[in-house]
Ligand binder design. Structure first.
Ligand code: KIV
Ligand code: ZN
Length: 391
């Protein structure tokens, strides 16, 4: 892939359909994957990792169908560093407008010793052979040293350099087990930029898992060190605690443009609809207080906050809900709410009460809110009707 001409442009590599789909409870069939891929294309992602073609015949067919149908983004297929995987991935993505093979091979001592039973020399040799082989099928090759964040730095640099020499065009540094913390991850990026020959010609990419709840923070730290591709998933779905959440990293970059001075090609107004599409497709709900797309992300209950919001939104809102595709801020009525928010809701419901009437409804509302967790509009209407009919 040709790197973007704008040095401040961050590429969004969406792996909802591959790493995300590996999450228990998130598997999707061909038509579901295809529909999601179209939604991701509309959202404006730069790369769709459509699946792991060798994993199953169904995954092969899904990647192939997405490669044939979805135009715009690069379509990537994942492969381990072996002939059979590379051939399958190459066959699955070959009809894409912009195909990519994504190769991975673990480099950390733990993985070398216990999983692969390979020496450092064998890892280097396999990297060279595999990147060369993949290049015979495709010009756009991404290479990932799996478990990079637990790999000895000088060995990591050596493997990365060999991959680039053999024709890898994107170098992705995975924090496979979510072990890193932001300053550690930034150190790795700095080290690689200094010690890997040819790295300036490649796109440096980040791929963070969320085991310590740091996937977004680690990704942002890497972007600050010059990474220009971030791998992420809708709603942060993925293995174990998940991957870097696309909506969070995108909105962090947008909301704090003053700080990062970076931009993506995402149409942020489609973030919430895309999140909803994924939850309805997989049945995997997002937690209520999830940043950006959770039910409470733009809801305010405390009286002081509601009062501030009614006077000026920016007092308690750093983003506008409309900008992520949520119709409006919700002022939730509960026991913490104040008179101002109640009055506002009563007016919205079409009642015009004088101050004495409002005080009576407010007192009744507080008693009700102590008993009941959720106060619905129907409850407020009942309180108003009761007052108007009984005084
Ligand atoms: O987490 C990881 O290391 C991966 C690789 C395949 C990139 O998902
Ligand atoms: Zn991963």
């Amino acid at each position: 892939m040709v790197p973007p001409t704008d040095p401040n442009r961050v590429l969004i590599f969406d792996t909802t359909l591959r790493d995300g789909e590996q999450s228990p409870g998130c598997s999707m069939n061909l038509s579901e994957k295809l529909e999601m891929a179209h939604a991701l294309q509309e959202l404006g992602v730069d790369v769709i990792e459509a699946g792991f073609p060798i994993a199953s015949p169904g995954d092969f067919e899904s990647v192939q169908a997405i490669a044939r149908e979805v135009r715009g983004p690069i379509i990537a297929g994942l492969a381990r560093c072996n002939k059979a995987d590379i051939e399958k991935a190459a066959a699955a993505i070959k009809d894409a407008e912009k195909p990519r093979i994504h190769l991975f091979l673990a480099t950390s001592a733990i993985h070398r010793e216990f999983k692969l039973r390979m020496s450092r020399e064998e890892i280097v040799k396999r990297t060279i052979e595999s990147v060369k082989m993949a290049r015979e099928y495709c010009e756009d090759i991404e290479f990932s040293p799996e478990d990079a964040s637990r790999t000895e730095l000088e060995f990591l640099a050596e493997v990365c350099e060999r991959a680039l020499e053999c024709g890898a065009t994107t170098l992705n540094i995975p924090d496979t087990v979510g072990y890193s913390v932001p300053s550690h991850y930034a150190d790795i990026m700095r080290y690689l930029k200094k010690n890997v020959r040819g790295i300036e010609k490649a796109i440096l990419s980040v791929h963070c898992h969320n085991d310590l709840g740091l996937a977004v923070a680690n990704s942002l730290a890497a972007l600050m060190e010059g990474a220009r591709q971030v791998e992420c998933t809708i709603n942060g779905i993925g293995e174990r605690a998940g991957n870097c959440a696309l909506e969070e990293v995108v909105m962090a970059l947008q909301t704090r443009k003053d700080f990062f001075n970076l931009q993506t090609g995402i149409n942020t107004r489609l973030l919430f609809p895309t999140s909803r599409k994924l939850t309805t497709t997989t049945g995997m709900m997002v937690q209520r207080n999830k940043a950006i797309v959770g039910q409470n992300a733009f809801a305010h209950e405390a009286g002081i906050h509601q009062d501030g919001m009614l006077k000026e939104r920016s007092t308690y809102e750093i983003m506008r809900p409309e900008d992520v595709g949520i119709s409006k801020t919700e002022l939730v009525l509960g026991k913490h709410s104040g008179r101002h928010a109640l009055k506002d809701r009563i007016q919205e419901l079409g009642y015009h009460l004088d101050d004495t009437q409002l005080q009576k409804v407010f007192d009744a509302f507080k008693i009700l809110a102590d008993r009941k967790k959720t106060i619905y509009d129907a409850d407020i209407e009942a309180l108003c009707e009761n007052l108007l009919h009984t005084g």
